[in-house]
Design a protein around this ligand. Structure first.
Ligand SMILES: Cc1ncc(COP(=O)(O)O)c(C=O)c1O
Length: 343
C-alpha cells in the first residue's frame, strides 16, 4: 500500500462517522469524480475489482442478456462466475480480438448474428473491454470509439474494466474523459488497488439512469460496507495531487526499462507490445529453475514457458536490474544446456 494511502486510512480512523457511505469523504466522491471526468457521474466505492465489474455489469444487462468480451477478459476467466451470478444469469460470449483487445469488426459480426429480438436467444446487452488489456496492451481512443459505435447501432451498453486504467492513461496521455465517456464508455470499473491502494475501486456511471439499481445490488450482494469511509479515504488519497498518475507512470517506466534490458538477451521471446506495466515472455524451461535459484518467484503459466512480469508503483530499479542480471544468467545457462555445454 502506498504510504500516502495508508496515512489516509489511519486519518479516517480518528473519529466516529456516519455509516454506509453517509460520511464526509464518501459524500465528496461525487464531486471528486465529476471533476476528474469533467461531467456529472454516479460513483460507488467497492473493495474489489470483481465486485466492481459484476455489479456494474448487472446494471447493464437483464438476466437473459449476453455480455461480449475478449477471450482473456478477467470477467470470463478469473472471476469464478461472479458476473453471471450478480446478473442473475447473463451469458458471457468471448471474441478473439488482437493482442488482448476486442476489434470493432469482430463485434459487429457477432452482434449481426446474435438473434436480437428472437425470443429463443439470449439477447445482446453489453460489451466489456479491459483497459489496459489483460495482455498489457492499451486501447487507443479511436478503437474504443469504433467499438462504442457498434454498441450504439445494436443498442448494447459499453462497460470498461479499468482495473489498470491509470496505466492506460499514463501511456496514452490526454484526460480520463478522452478514454471513457467521450468515446462512448457508459460504465467504468475504476481501479486503484493494483496501483497503490489497499482495497479500493470505484464504479463510475456516466449515464445516471444506468446507476438506478446499483445501490440495491451492492447491498443485496454484500458489498455495501458499513465503514465505507475507509474505501473513500483511499480513493481521495489516490487522486490527490495526481498520486495515481505518478504511480502509473513509474510502473510503466519500470516495464519499459525491463523491456530495454531484455533486448540484448538471447532465448527470450516478448509476446505482446508492452504498453502498460505488464510484460509477457516465453522462456526456456531451464530458465525458470535458475531464476528461482536466484530468489525470483517466476513460475511458468503453461507448458510453453509463458510467464508474466508486472511492475508496480513501488518497483525499485535496482531490483529490476538484479532480475535482468539473473535472467541473463538463466538464459545463458539454458542455452548452454540446450547446446550440450557445461554450466
Ligand atoms: C483486468 C482486471 N479486472 C479485474 C480484476 C479483479 O480484481 P480483484 O482481484 O480485486 O477482484 C483484476 C485482478 O487481477 C484484473 O486484472
Amino acid at each position: 500500500v502506498a504510504p500516502e494511502i495508508m496515512a489516509a486510512i489511519l486519518a479516517a480512523n480518528n473519529d466516529t462517522a456516519p455509516s454506509y457511505g453517509a460520511d464526509a469523504a464518501s459524500t465528496r466522491l461525487g464531486a471528486l469524480f465529476a471533476d476528474l471526468f469533467e461531467c456529472q457521474v454516479r460513483v460507488f466505492p467497492v473493495v474489489s475489482g470483481t465486485a466492481a465489474n459484476a455489479l456494474a455489469l448487472a446494471c447493464l444487462t437483464p438476466p437473459w442478456g449476453t455480455i461480449y468480451c475478449h477471450d482473456t477478459a478477467h470477467i470470463v476467466v478469473d472471476e469464478c462466475g461472479a458476473p453471471e451470478f450478480f446478473t442473475g444469469g447473463a451469458r458471457l460470449v468471448t471474441l478473439a480480438g488482437v493482442d488482448g483487445r476486442l476489434v470493432a469488426a469482430d463485434l459487429e459480426a457477432a452482434l449481426a448474428v446474435a438473434g436480437a429480438g428472437n425470443v429463443h436467444h439470449m439477447q445482446p446487452a453489453a460489451v466489456s473491454i479491459t483497459q489496459a488489456s489483460e495482455l498489457g496492451t492499451v486501447y487507443r481512443p479511436a478503437e474504443v470509439a469504433a467499438i462504442a459505435e457498434v454498441c450504439r447501432r445494436h443498442a448494447v451498453r459499453l462497460h470498461m474494466d479499468g482495473s489498470r486504467f491509470a496505466n492506460a492513461l499514463a501511456r496514452l496521455g490526454g484526460s480520463p474523459a478522452d478514454l471513457t465517456w467521450r468515446v462512448g464508455v457508459e460504465a467504468l470499473s475504476f481501479g486503484a488497488t493494483k496501483n497503490g491502494a489497499l482495497a479500493a475501486e470505484a464504479v463510475v456511471f456516466f449515464d445516471p439512469l444506468l446507476a438506478a439499481t446499483f445501490a440495491y445490488r451492492q447491498k443485496r450482494g454484500g458489498h455495501l460496507l458499513a465503514k465505507t469511509r475507509f474505501i473513500s479515504a483511499q480513493l481521495e488519497a489516490y487522486l490527490k495531487d495526481d498520486l495515481w498518475l505518478r504511480h502509473a507512470r513509474h510502473a510503466n517506466d519500470m516495464a519499459a526499462r525491463f523491456v530495454a534490458g531484455l533486448k540484448p538477451l538471447r532465448g527470450v521471446q516478448l509476446l505482446y507490445p508492452v504498453e502498460g506495466n505488464e510484460i509477457f515472455l516465453r522462456l526456456p524451461a531451464a530458465a525458470f529453475a535458475a531464476l528461482q535459484a536466484a530468489g525470483f518467484a517466476a513460475d511458468p503459466w503453461d507448458e510453453t514457458g509463458l510467464v508474466r512480469f508486472v511492475t508496480a508503483f513501488d518497483t525499485d530499479p535496482a531490483d529490476l536490474d538484479a532480475l535482468l542480471a539473473a535472467l541473463a544468467g538463466a538464459l545463458a545457462g539454458a542455452l548452454d544446456g540446450a547446446l550440450g555445454g557445461s554450466a
